[in-house]
Design a protein around this ligand. Sequence first.
Ligand code: CIR
Length: 266
Amino acid sequence: MSQARSVYDFNSAIVRQPSRSVVDGLRAGERGSPTYAGVQAEHEAYVAALRDAGVQVTVLPALESFPDSIFVEDPALVFTEGAILLRPGAASRSGEAAEIAPTLRGMFETVLDLPAGFADGGDILVTPDSVMIGLSARTDRAGAEALASCLDRLGRKAQLVATPEGVLHFKTASSLLDDETMLSTARLARSGVFKDFREIIVPEGEEPAANALRINEILMVPSEYPRTIELLDKHGYKIVPVTTTQIEMIDAGLSCMSLRWYRNGK
Ligand code: CIR
């Protein structure tokens, strides 16, 4: 029988090398373009931080025809009990699920396919009691409801929630810090969605820092946000700063670059 674990206990992860085309990744505003070398350096440091945290990392090869494919969090969702192939909501990313499918089928006994609608992994926040699914420009109600059924098959309860207007993904604005605590932007917290959690609000002007990543004992936080780092340090989290300057230009953060789970029997 498997032992009860925290939802942020991970021993396995999948990442994908950035492609040269990553410089053409989707973005909502214009904050400049990243360079391939710059993204590559950030990705390497990220993978090293995962490994230092005790995670065995599988690195998939770059996919030139999918500029955003480095963000493996979006086309799939993984748990100890099984994986779900999603249907990314951006047309240029819809083929990414088929690209990652063979890897997941090789690693998981159960792989479900989202049967309808659209859902991006960036909109999915796993908490100890439920899996929050943020409705957004990428995740529609049909996709969220279909995903709730898939989650039910894996023994997980789903909760549909709203992503603030103009925010790419639900997790762009939030992350789970421990079993009781959520890091959130002030705007998302105001919606009341985290009322059952202790909330830590990112300082004004540092909103992208809300996408932190708890892995085992450590908390990865984007290194460009000193006030958030200081705040979280005061709360006693073991912080590992990781640079995200390049990937932020294409609307991404720390959680986007991996699929993480606890694999039994390793
Ligand atoms: C996109 O717009 O799809 C990418 N440029 C960024 C994806 C970020 N992924 C995430 O937040 N999970």
